[in-house]
Unconditional design. Structure first.
Length: 228
């Protein structure tokens, strides 16, 4: 009797072990992926990335373009405050890359004083030479143009105060004769061109502000005397 009970118990234990192993094998099969399944998943992920990447790049470029416009507006506000303390003079002249960093024009315009304020770097130009992305229009200083000036044949909304420079030049000013070499016309691509700050302090994106018959389009002369 005891032997029969022992045999029955052994058989039940054997079958229980067999059932447990079968369940574990099933779980292993359910928890894994075959090579084909993995390749299909990888292919789907690659396809989604290929579809989404252009949209993501486009959105990032547009965000950089918007931030650049905001930078120029902030520079314009700083220049306007500076001009109120200097009888309408828009910016300090002749204080560019030829000067020590603590003597360059941003130090005298921005508060607190800095030669490299973040507003001077375009997000689409992360590593510009001398740590700034924008050029002042030196024609304004040469012709004594102020915020209150009346420019012949141009409204204040057509007179450039600042634009975007090429990354490989250290210049702070767009000097006479430098238009074709210093100005960056397509910082934000062919769709947006580059951003410009104008004498009325609005910021506008323009595709290449091309020279007409060799004339420098940044040169607003002749000019009437400024208002008292």
């Amino acid at each position: 009797m005891d032997d029969a009970a022992g045999n029955a118990f052994s058989r039940r234990g054997y079958y229980l072990c067999q059932d447990t192993e079968a369940l574990m094998a099933t779980d292993r099969r359910r928890g894994g992926f075959s090579l084909v399944e993995l390749l299909v998943v990888i292919g789907i992920i690659a396809l989604l990335i290929a579809l989404l990447l252009p949209s993501l790049n486009k959105a990032r470029a547009q965000a950089h373009w918007v931030n650049c416009k905001s930078n120029l507006r902030q520079v314009g506000i700083a220049l306007e405050i500076y001009s109120q303390n200097w009888k309408g003079t828009i910016f300090p002249p002749r204080l560019g890359a030829n000067q020590p960093k603590d003597r360059r024009w941003p130090v005298f315009v921005f508060k607190p004083p800095r030669y490299d304020p973040p507003e001077m770097t375009c997000p689409s130009d992360p590593f510009p030479l001398e740590e700034h992305s924008y050029l002042l229009n030196d024609h304004l200083a040469l012709n004594n143009i102020k915020f209150s000036s009346r420019v012949a044949d141009r409204s204040p909304s057509e007179v450039i105060v600042m634009g975007e420079k090429r990354s490989d030049y250290p210049d702070y000013y767009m000097n006479r004769g430098d238009f074709t070499t210093r100005v960056e016309p397509y910082r934000h691509g062919s769709r947006y061109g580059s951003n410009y700050l104008f004498l009325d302090l609005h910021v506008e994106s323009l595709k290449e502000y091309a020279a007409i018959i060799g004339m420098d389009p940044w040169d607003p002369t002749p000019v009437d005397p400024p208002n008292p």
